[in-house]
Design a protein around this ligand. Sequence first.
Ligand code: NAD
Length: 246
Amino acid sequence: MLKGKTAIITGAGRGIGRAIALQFAGHGARVVLNYRKSISQIEELLQVIKDSGGEAIAIKADVSIEEEAKLLIKEAVKEFGKLDILVNNAGINKDNLLIRMSEEEFDQVININLKGTFFCMKHAAQVMLRQRFGKIINISSVIGITGNIGQSNYAASKAGVIGMTKSVARELASRGITVNAVAPGFIRTDMTETLPDKVKEASMAAIPLGRFGDSSEVAGAVSFLASDMANYITGQVLQVDGGMIM
Ligand code: NAD
């Protein structure tokens, strides 16, 4: 499905990013695993991919710093000669009610989720424009569509990702580059693990399919959008949420 393609996945060490990396490698892509801090998670993932016959390298970069995002793209292209797919998955949350939220909590979330996506797209697009081919998939969230109590910073960042996805999709379409977003609902990862039981119960009640999602189910949507099967799809937001919002 992705044979011969080269892909960068940001924040690939765990959770949804890890699942995307595993699926991409399984579909035959050569993957660049970006990480910010934890080399041990990445080393384990590199080994798993290698053991199953896949090809992967790891590149350290904090995507919220433009120079590091630029180097990530540059090193990936240097290693594999081209860049077909970029998945902007790296993201954080720093939840708080509006009146308690600090400027730092607001800025950290915007800087990683929104600006990090901007920096990676900007530098990847320069390569993709020359190639006249590319697929960018940005991980947003259903919270960017509906909003959520205690998540004004996160919702703003993820709504921003959707607006940016549609703008960049329009800018790059004439050069054969597609740009789409995937908006997961409630997926079992470290990010959601720490939520209070009350929040988990309320979320579960709102999911028609009656269960939380698995990272591999988000990866399935991302793999589709990254493949040639999605060549005529751009500027879209694909919700992977068990019907949570519709
Ligand atoms: P996670 O916390 O398990 O993983 C996030 C990864 O991003 C981590 O590996 C982390 O090191 C990395 N990261 C954070 N800041 C970074 C930076 N500045 N540079 C590079 N890497 C960085 O979270 P997850 O649940 O796997 O989430 C992945 C993406 O999916 C995020 O964008 C998140 O907002 C989004 N999402 C998750 C859910 C969910 O229910 N889990 C729902 C909707 C959207």
